[in-house]
Design a protein. Sequence first.
Length: 244
Amino acid sequence: MADTTAIIAAAGRSTRFSESTTTESKQSKVFLKLHGKPLWQYSVDVFRSIQRVGPIYLVIASDAMNSFAAEFDGYLFHNKIRLVAGGAERWASIQSALTELTKDLDAGLVENTKLVAIHDAARPCIKVSAIQRVIDFADRTGASILGVPIWGTLKRVDAKFQVMDTPSRQNLYQATTPQVFRRDWLAEVYKTEFLQTLQSQQTITDDAQLISAAGHAVTICEDSPSNIKVTTQADWDIVSKILS
């Protein structure tokens, strides 16, 4: 039974990617085609193949909504995908998707949403088994994320790039996505008042940080190192080889 709603974030401006490539395209990296398919579609297709996943909310830049809907209307309808206009920052995009989900639940358009899985469209190599595993963990604990153990030696540097110390890598993970949480917990942390208070204290870098700040424990599932986030041209080249 489908009890999980997916939110796939694809509203970023790809600034670092644009700076790392010689291409003249002004498109966001997630709209660029890789082996004949837009980057965002790889993630959507994987999520759609999982029985526990019901509706998918695809968050894209507001100025791309009309052209995107016109081009992919049939695909979106067939795969039960709802387009959502993103915000200026990632947290605002997720908040917009959660608002639309709440409206759809109230209108009876969506049923039985216990969990919400949040994924970056820039991670096209996500595996079905990893998504299923993190959803199962979140089902038991309320909040679970994927992560890759850090094996390399870490160095902390100062403003002049001089090495200050070598932090221990024991029990350190690099967080990836999807991150899966109870829907009611997400609704709690994405209230504007809570967000504003937390933002005044620290920089918000992922959804798990919000959940932890609200006092909920977050578990981690080991992810594959191949679940790379495309940030630069070099990442694109690696992902291209993996997906080929």
